[in-house]
Design a protein. Structure first.
Length: 255
């Protein structure tokens, strides 16, 4: 199933994407739900971020190809940071140019895990039952701000400016990460194309390991990290993150 969150005639709700139509639902994908009324035309609605996370976790150095090229050691455990939920951007939303002087800003096309229910200290075997589904993400980063102070790496600030947590357009509940790839196009040119099977820590292991440190709630997001091809963006650049079996997330930086 492909869940979306939408706005239509002044109302917001969850629905199931069915081709070019959406079946509105009472309730949400995180609890009880049932069809509500007739299907609506997809083109008649505005797509919103497909859920409203309380917490956003991001991963660094989670792909073998990037680690090998950059000379990074294989991590013994997931290396994670937090992004502010106030950094959210949905499908089609503009990513604002930062107001302050932060230097160059880069895209990072990624797979995003959507947590389905409260998750605390679960095993790898239990993790699947705690994942609602998956979506596309752009973990936008102020790459010069992150190391600007040599005494303090500014991970949260560099990753949490307005619009820096773009994700969507759908939450796909039936998805096999081991068989899929991520493609990122910037200004129409493919810049990233990598297999998700190249992760050091695949989704179920990530959820299990992170749940030993954090209590994850329904709707929380885990950005799984990115691979080769990350580059800075100029204002006006449209970035498309496409994942097999999920769809495409399109946002314009400064648009």
């Amino acid at each position: 199933m492909k869940w979306i969150r939408y706005q239509h005639q002044g109302r917001e709700g969850y629905g199931l994407l069915q081709g070019e139509h959406v079946q509105p639902c009472h309730g949400s994908p995180f609890g009880d739900h049932e069809p509500a009324g007739d299907p609506l035309a997809l083109q008649a609605m505005r797509l919103l971020p497909p859920c409203q996370p309380r917490q956003i976790v991001g991963l660094w150095n989670n792909f073998r190809a990037a680690a090998e090229k950059n000379g990074w050691s294989a991590p013994a455990e997931p290396l994670w940071f937090l992004k502010s939920p106030h950094a959210l951007a949905g499908p089609g939303d503009a990513i604002p140019v930062p107001r302050g002087e932060v230097g160059r800003v880069a895209y990072e096309g990624e797979l995003v895990i959507v947590i389905g229910r409260r998750t605390e200290a679960v095993s790898v075997e239990q993790a699947a039952a705690h994942i609602l589904g998956y979506t596309c993400g752009n973990d936008v980063t102020a790459i010069e701000l992150l190391p600007r102070d040599p005494a303090f790496a500014q991970w949260s600030r560099a990753k949490s400016l307005p619009g820096f947590a773009a994700f969507g357009p759908v939450i796909e509940t039936d998805f096999d990460a081991a068989a899929a790839s991520v493609r990122t196009r910037a200004g129409g040119r493919e810049r990233q194309h990598y297999a998700l099977a190249d992760m050091f820590f695949p989704p179920h292991e990530l959820v299990s390991r992170l749940s030993q440190d954090l209590i994850l709630e329904a709707g929380d997001l885990i950005y799984c990290g990115t691979s080769l091809g990350v580059l800075p963006m100029k204002p006006g650049t449209t970035v498309e993150v496409e994942i097999d079996g999920i769809g495409s997330l399109v946002n314009t930086y400064g648009g």
